[in-house]
Design a protein around this ligand. Structure first.
Ligand SMILES: C[S@@+](CC[C@H](N)C(=O)[O-])C[C@H]1O[C@@H](n2cnc3c(N)ncnc32)[C@H](O)[C@@H]1O
Length: 263
């Protein structure tokens, strides 16, 4: 992971990476376990994923779904398009994108957690989804050619990065001019205090790394995007008491955003 950007004077980014990997390894391998957040198909349906779309992709991917909002409606993917999924997890959004862009299109999912990559890769092969591949890399530095994607998607991941500016810059680089960034993520109403931002376990649970929403908007715009849609996903909620307390106190919420690369 690249260096820190937001307020994390004592956040140990190596510890954070380790915790994030351990947590999402469990999400891949033991999705039935309890986490600070919900997972699986009931969550996806509540967030607005159409059941008929979910029926078309591997059920085991959806078991490990740990997204925070629905944004594929905003992405409006077309047949033949190329899509980059930052933090693809076990592959739910990548598989849905692969179906939407059809065999002429392509999807590249990037993730740093081996168990997630292995699961997504296995499921793609089993389902004969040959237009999607999963790559072991950081979302701050996806190993893709500049200007080659029509759409960058990401669900519940950018909050986990200590360098959100690097992630938005990487998304802008990957996109062609006029390409779309369509994401769901976690932001906060007020700046989180250090007690929360320096807690690697709350980061890994998608809370500690939540950026204040105006700063988040500015970070997207500074990377060269014009924001076209921004909505709050009231349907998303955290499940543990600790997580719920932080969300209530600091207004931590899920958002879906559509932005277009200028130029
Ligand atoms: C909350 S899960 C979401 C996964 C998937 N988007 C979904 O909706 O199910 C976060 C994922 O992002 C990955 N991740 C977090 N930070 C990352 C980083 N800096 N680089 C690459 N992957 C990262 C984790 O390994 C994990 O699979």
């Amino acid at each position: 992971m690249t260096g820190p950007q937001t307020d994390q004077r004592t956040l140990d980014t190596h510890e954070l990476e380790d915790r994030v990997k351990r947590m999402y390894e469990e999400v891949a391998l033991e999705p039935e376990r309890e986490f600070h957040f919900e997972t699986g198909r009931p969550l996806a349906e509540r967030l607005g994923y159409p059941a008929s779309d979910l029926d078309r992709i591997p059920a085991a991917a959806i078991d490990s779904f740990a997204g925070v909002g629905y944004f594929l409606g905003l992405a409006d993917l077309q047949s033949g398009e190329s899509v980059l999924d930052l933090g693809s997890g076990s592959g739910t959004d990548s598989f849905l994108a692969a179906v939407a862009v059809a065999p002429d299109g392509r999807v590249v999912g990037v993730d740093m957690t081996t168990a997630q990559l292995q699961k997504a890769t296995r499921l793609a092969a089993e389902a004969s989804l040959s237009n999607v591949e999963f790559v072991d890399a950081y979302i701050e530095e996806p190993p893709v050619e500049d200007g080659t994607f029509d759409c960058v998607i990401s669900n519940g991941v950018i909050n986990l990065s200590p360098d959100k500016a690097a992630v938005f810059a990487a998304a802008a680089r990957a996109l062609r001019g006029g390409g779309r960034l369509a994401i769901a993520d976690i932001v906060s109403e007020t700046q989180l205090p250090e007690g929360v931002t320096c807690d690697a376990s709350l980061w890994a649970a998608c809370i500690g790394g939540a950026m204040q929403r105006d700063g988040y908007r500015a970070a997207i715009e500074q990377a060269g995007f014009a924001i076209e849609a921004w909505r709050t996903n009231e349907e998303y909620r955290f499940v543990s008491e600790r997580a719920d307390n932080a969300t209530t106190k600091y207004g931590v919420t899920s958002i879906s955003v559509l932005a277009r690369r200028i130029g």
